[in-house]
Design a protein around this ligand. Structure first.
Ligand code: HEC
Ligand SMILES: [Cu+2]
Length: 314
């Protein structure tokens, strides 16, 4: 997550500015410290017999030490303004390819909902984009103030309830870029991560098409039983699985229609494997205390059935 390893144009400009500021600050530091050392060593009591000649009101000297810092600050201001405008635009970057509008990222305590309104899909903690294309992102929050930050791609943007802030993402090379909530938002703030997956355009389109598909009705008997358990124990009050045209469910937690395809669970808390999935469902409060998902005290059979169901949601 280093902003000094930029993978997109906005982050590259931010890194450039960082080096310019660091470089100028280093020059100032070296000059000031050298003069200080010179004064300390040259004018030690042992080496000067009488008090050195004092000066007062040296106009040229005063002009220099007013002008030089002003000049340095002016250069920094110019670089900063240039970076700000580069990072802010394109004001309305192209919407995600194949989707009719901007990606929406909604902060929740403590996970990220990701919607592609044009494609009518909702996923969690994983944003997919096509390499080389600027993608507009609208961010908002349902509860407290969060901050959306993918250091290798873009600067931070505040995620504020009741308000939509706009930013954009662009990756110049394929890869998976980790992001993190950057504004303390409660107990599990540190476990509120996300991934941006940048793929070549055709792979991105394939992903989007895949996400638009409803979940495939399970054929395995245990997974079929899982569908029943999902409704009976109440997962359905918070989670949606889209089965064809039906499949309404809650929206308090992530949409699970394609949960098996995601790389992580619970906003980067766990890698997504059958083992961690079992651990999460059995005891989310042990893994992410305070999370909005309660322990449902499932028995072994119900847990196995749910696992069979969820692992099949690809
Ligand atoms: C009261 C609401 C609620 C109930 C009931 C609930 N969940 Fe959750 N669930 C959540 C929330 C909120 C999250 C996100 C937690 C986080 O990351 O902080 C979540 C996360 C998950 C995840 C991880 C998804 C991801 O992409 O990270 C899975 C899988 C999951 N729940 C499955 C279930 C199952 C199975 C049940 C029923 C046994 C269930 N949930 C019951 C609210 C709920
Ligand atoms: Cu947060």
């Amino acid at each position: 997550m280093s902003p000094l390893l930029p993978a997109g144009p906005a982050a590259a400009r931010i890194a450039d500015l960082t080096y310019v500021i660091f470089g100028l600050a280093a020059v100032v530091f070296i000059v000031v410290e050298s003069l200080l050392l010179f004064a300390v060593l040259r004018f030690r009591r042992a080496q000067v017999s009488s008090e050195p000649k004092q000066i007062y009101g040296n106009a040229p000297l005063e002009a220099v030490w007013t002008a030089v810092p002003a000049l340095i600050l002016a250069v920094l201001l110019a670089f900063t303004l240039r970076t700000m405008s580069a990072v802010a635009g394109p004001a309305r970057a192209a919407p995600a390819q194949g989707a009719a509008d901007a990606i929406q990222v909604i902060g929740h305590q403590w996970w990220w909902e990701v919607r592609y309104p044009g494609a009518q899909i909702s996923t969690a903690n994983e944003i997919h984009i096509a390499v080389g294309q600027p993608v507009h992102v609208d961010v908002s929050s349902t509860d407290v103030i969060h901050s959306f930050w993918v250091p290798q791609l873009q600067g931070k943007i505040d995620v504020i309830p009741g308000r939509i802030n706009a930013t954009w993402l662009q990756a110049d090379r394929p890869g998976v870029y980790r992001g993190q909530c950057a504004e303390f938002c409660g107990d599990q703030h540190a476990r509120m991560a996300l991934l941006v997956v940048a793929d070549p355009a055709d792979q991105f389109s394939a992903w989007l098409e895949d996400q638009q598909q409803p979940a495939a009705p399970p054929t395995d008997p245990q997974a079929q039983q899982g569908v029943q358990v999902f409704a009976r124990v109440g997962c359905i009050t918070c989670h949606t699985i889209r089965w064809g045209s039906t499949g309404a469910g809650g929206t308090r937690g992530p949409d699970l229609t394609h949960v098996g395809n995601r790389r992580t669970l619970a906003a980067g808390t766990l890698p997504n494997t059958p083992g961690t999935m079992a651990g999460w469902i059995a005891n989310p409060q042990a893994l992410k205390p305070g999370s909005d998902m309660p322990n449902l005290n499932l028995n072994g059979d119900d847990l196995q059935a749910l696992l069979a169901l969820l692992e099949g949601l690809r």
